[in-house]
Design a protein around this ligand. Structure first.
Ligand code: ADP
Ligand code: MG
Ligand code: MG
Length: 914
């Protein structure tokens, strides 16, 4: 239709012949693409699944024919108030005709009916987030055709029919008729089987399935007041609409938020001719990875179910067999599968996740995509592919997601020999996890991360995509059913949640269990501590100890390559010698931010700090500072020793003084109570008066940072004496010390000049006293927008700038992180802000200030060192942005140092265009 309109507009200028030619030649405007017309590069338009189905079709893999309705149609659907565009179904009919011709069956036919699957597929795979309708096109007439075409296999035909009735109802109509949920239909099936005295689905006869279909249809009519739709095109149109609608279901939205995928890109719909894995023992369905997705080992990793449609494998309702079974049962098909799988891996140059179905000894490939993997697996696969000569080091560095590295450093269980093993299952997501057993994802969400903050292990029969919220809140997941390729296991691995699946040792009483039992008679109730080892698949009773993982060989190799390509430095934010040591172990090249206020809060110092603040006169104040000096100096000695030869940026005291005093309201209450009892504690009243005096309406914008250094110079003078003194001492020990003294919150050049002049004097005096020169330097933090805008002045006085993007973001947005809660989440949900600017640098606003600052600073001081020390320094996207700005280094928390190293390498490779 749209193509047609565009054509009409051109009538005036083009001849009819030309228009016709355009219609025939350009496929670009089509809403519906046959698989053979697409290719893998068209993910934006055809979605990932559609683009890959097209690619596989074109390289000659056995893919059942079909077509894709584009993501643009999804956008049109929403833009026009949830309506399919005019004429879409005509395009669909044409595509159906093409498929009918290709395979010699007819849609809705009573002899040999063509059936379709209707599958969602966005640009990025959202595992399990959207729903698939199988066996579409069946009705009471077509069913005879299906029995016919399957050689009289009524059992198969009615099994397919009942699945269709259930899926179609659940997926397309549940929103309007909640009774039509899968669970409702499953309950009818369970009753039906119980009445027949049968347990496994495979035991039911054709007549028994037929009876179930009839019951389903009666149930449908009860729920909706109308007959189950029998017109195949009505079924198809309803299903296409349902896929578009499912783009905005809750679990899809949660997933996209979590993965920072835009809500506006929409999904495509794939309509594909059905092949049947439930035609007997020479049929089946499965999922495989070309390498082990949990460990990365180069062995086929997969599962399959004989005589079943693929839904059963991915939904995790039946525990499937290992793929090795297929090798034993049907070597020819197995070999063909492996050949195709390796071909795909070679074609895509990456580990592949492949869905396949065998119909009467014939293999079909239904999907391929880059396989989701754990951080550990990602590293091993990348390194081994280089060693196999399969890919370059650059590609290896580029293909590992930085965020996965933290997972590779996942905690491991310590001392497992001492633990009591109560059950074993499939090791679906590596890592050790300890927590209290909970039995529903709601409970997990309530008690766990994001809720009450307790450690919980989510225990359930199986996990469905609806459980995502609960899984993310849990330390670990334990299920009694489902395989390692169930969607839930996939999600668990992707988010690095230690997971055990298919743990049949664990017996629960159904979906609303409150406890589970194990073969040795152990009963675990809600709230009991358990430990799971997702690497080995073992469940322990009680809470075992965990320890951080070491850096394995492959990890070191990959990080080594990253360091080869990276041009930007990586430092860590560390306040103590322990943190400094951890940072170095993880590859930090210096400390980008050493905060000094934490040092003041330690128990032995706080009383002295308070005495300093409360001092009545200069003499008393200086007395307290003199007491603090040697203590503070020891802090720096420890850090300088640990950092031997590496630069350390020390930030002078930053927070307002009242942070070191008791809480105003509580103290006032105490004093009031005492006074009402006729007591009067002079010291306490004095303290309260001071607290009141220092109280600020808006401390973030109050007396802090360099303002404090100007009003109360004694504190920073003491700090600089401690820094330079410690540096001199450690230098004398034979180590190299490179202190960078950072003056915070500068917004005007005069602030910096004033403070720096005073502190230069102290530094020189200290050097003189120690008799040792130290290569100290003074610089500032750029965290006030005015500082960014006047960098050409400020840079003349500073040896370095460090972007304090936490405050810079708050001040640029005019919002305080502590008060942003009530509006920030709604803002992100409504896409007013695309991303949380406190997580990833807002490149257009805050980033622009940084760009101005960098350019102006370098123009007056070409040698100025530029870095970032806000929490953004460990966010991969922000690291890449900093690389673009040309910063000398990023600084982040020690644990994120590997993430930053890898992201910096990727940024350098992207900049080189490789
Ligand atoms: P998801 O995106 O949730 O993985 P899919 O669209 O891949 O959903 O469909 C789920 C399952 O349905 C597939 O794994 C496959 O086994 C089965 N399926 C989909 N299309 C077909 C088809 N044309 N023939 C047979 N089975 C199919
Ligand atoms: Mg799939
Ligand atoms: Mg700050």
């Amino acid at each position: 239709m749209r193509t047609f309109l565009r054509g009409l507009k051109r009538c005036a200028i083009l001849s009819r012949v030309q228009i016709l030619e355009e219609f025939v030649l350009s496929n670009n405007n089509n809403r519906v693409w046959l698989f053979r017309e697409g290719k893998k590069e068209l993910k934006d338009l055809l979605g990932g699944k559609g683009a890959n189905l097209a690619e596989m079709t074109n390289i000659g893999l056995p893919v059942p024919p079909g077509f894709t309705v584009t993501t643009e149609v999804c956008t049109e659907y929403y833009a026009s108030g949830k309506k399919l565009p005019d004429g879409l179904m005509d395009d669909v009919k044409k595509a159906v005709a093409d498929v009918e011709q290709a395979i010699g069956k007819k849609f809705g036919d009573t002899q040999n009916p063509l059936l379709f699957s209707v599958r969602s597929g966005a640009k990025f795979s959202l595992p399990g987030m959207m729903d698939t309708v199988l066996n579409l096109g069946l009705n009471d007439d077509a069913i005879t055709g299906l029995i016919n075409a399957s050689g009289g296999n009524a059992r198969f035909a009615y099994d397919s029919y009942r699945r269709f009735i259930m899926m179609f109802s659940d997926i397309t109509l549940k929103a309007d008729y909640p009774g039509l949920s899968k669970e409702g239909f499953e309950r009818i099936l369970t009753d039906h089987k119980a009445k027949l005295g049968k347990e496994a689905d495979t035991e039911l006869t054709g007549d028994e399935w037929k009876a179930l279909c009839d019951t389903y249809k009666v149930f449908f009519k009860e729920q909706t007041g109308r007959d189950f739709p029998s017109d195949p095109y009505e079924q198809l149109e309803t299903s296409i609409t349902a896929v578009f609608r499912s783009w905005n279901n809750e679990r899809a939205i949660i997933y996209r938020n979590k993965e920072k995928i835009s809500h506006s890109i929409g999904t495509a719909v794939n309509v594909q001719s059905m092949v049947f894995g439930n035609l007997g023992d020479d049929s089946g369905s499965g999922v495989m990875f070309t390498r082990n997705a949990a460990t990365g080992e180069n062995v086929i990793y997969g599962e399959y179910l004989p005589n079943a449609q693929g839904e059963d494998v991915v939904a995790g309702v039946r525990t499937p067999l290992e793929i090795a079974e297929l090798e034993r049962d049907n070597k020819t098909i197995y070999d063909e599968l492996i050949t195709n799988a390796k071909r795909l891996e070679d074609h895509y140059k990456d580990m592949q996740d492949i869905e396949f179905t065998i119909e009467k000894n014939k293999l079909f490939i239904l999907q391929c995509r880059s396989g989701k993997r754990t951080g550990t697996a990602a590293i091993r696969i990348a390194v081994e592919m280089v060693n196999e000569g399969f890919i370059t080091k650059e590609k290896a560095v580029a293909m590992v997601a930085p965020s996965g590295l933290e997972q590779a450093l996942h905690p491991r269980l310590k001392n497992t020999a001492a633990g009591k093993v109560i059950a074993k299952g499939l090791n679906a997501g590596p890592g050790g996890a300890v927590g209290k057993a909970v039995f529903s994802s709601d409970k997990a969400a309530e008690m766990g991360k994001g809720g009450a903050g307790e450690a919980v292990i989510l225990c359930s029969q199986e996990t469905t995509p609806d459980d995502l919220k609960g899984m993310l809140a849990a330390q670990g997941v334990l299920t009694s059913r489902g395989g390692r390729t169930s969607h839930a296991a996939l999600v668990a691995r992707q988010f690095g949640i230690p997971t055990i699946c298919g743990c049949s040792d664990m017996k629960t009483d159904g979906h609303h269990a409150t406890s589970f039992s194990t073969p040795d008679g152990t009963i675990v109730k809600e709230g009991d501590w358990i430990t799971i080892d997702g690497t080995e698949g073992i469940v322990y009773l009680g809470a075992l100890e965990v320890e951080p993982a070491g850096q394995s060989g492959d990890f070191g190799t990959l990080m080594g390559w990253a360091d080869e390509f990276r041009t930007m430095g990586v430092r860590a934010n560390a306040d103590t010698p322990d943190q400094a040591a951890e940072a170095i172990a993880l590859g930090a090249e210096g400390i980008g931010l050493c905060r000094t206020e934490h040092m003041f809060l330690e128990e032995d110092r706080l009383p002295i700090v308070r005495r300093m603040i409360l001092a009545d006169n200069e003499e008393q104040r200086q007395g307290a500072l003199d007491e603090l000096l040697p203590i503070q100096r020891e802090d720096f000695v420890g850090i300088f020793r640990a950092m031997d030869g590496k630069p350390v940026t020390v930030r002078l005291i930053d927070p307002p003084l009242h942070e070191f005093l008791p809480n105003q309201i509580e103290l006032a209450k105490e004093v009031a109570v005492e006074q009402s009892q006729g007591k009067s504690d002079a010291a306490k009243i004095k303290l309260l008066n001071k607290v009141n005096e220092l109280h600020e309406q808006n401390p973030m914008l109050g007396l802090r940072g360099c303002r404090l250094s100007i009003v109360f110079p004694g504190i920073v003078e003491m700090q600089v004496a401690a820094i330079v003194g410690a540096a001199a001492q450690v230098t004398k020990e034979g180590k190299t010390v490179l202190p960078e003294i950072m003056i915070p919150l500068v917004g005007h050049i005069n602030e910096l000049t004033y403070v720096k002049n005073d502190l230069e004097r102290v530094a020189k005096a200290t050097q003189g006293k120690e008799g040792t020169e130290v290569p100290y330097m003074f610089g500032t933090m750029i965290e006030v927008p005015r500082a960014a805008l006047t960098s050409a002045e400020i840079a003349q006085e500073a040896a370095f700038f460090s972007f304090g993007t936490n405050d810079l973001t708050q001040m640029t947005y005019g919002m305080s992180r502590d008060d942003a809660g009530p509006f920030l989440m709604p803002y992100i949900a409504k896409e007013i802000y695309k991303e949380d600017p406190t997580v990833s640098i807002d490149t257009t606003g805050v980033g622009r200030l940084m760009q101005i600052s960098v350019d102006d600073a370098r123009s007056v001081n070409p040698n100025i060192k530029l870095g970032i020390c806000g929490e953004h320094g460990g966010d991969p996207d922000s690291v890449k942005f900093c690389n673009k700005l040309g910063l000398n280094y990023v600084s982040c928390s020690p644990k994120r140092v590997p993430v930053a190293r890898l992201a910096a390498a990727q940024a350098a490779l992207e900049a080189k265009g490789s």
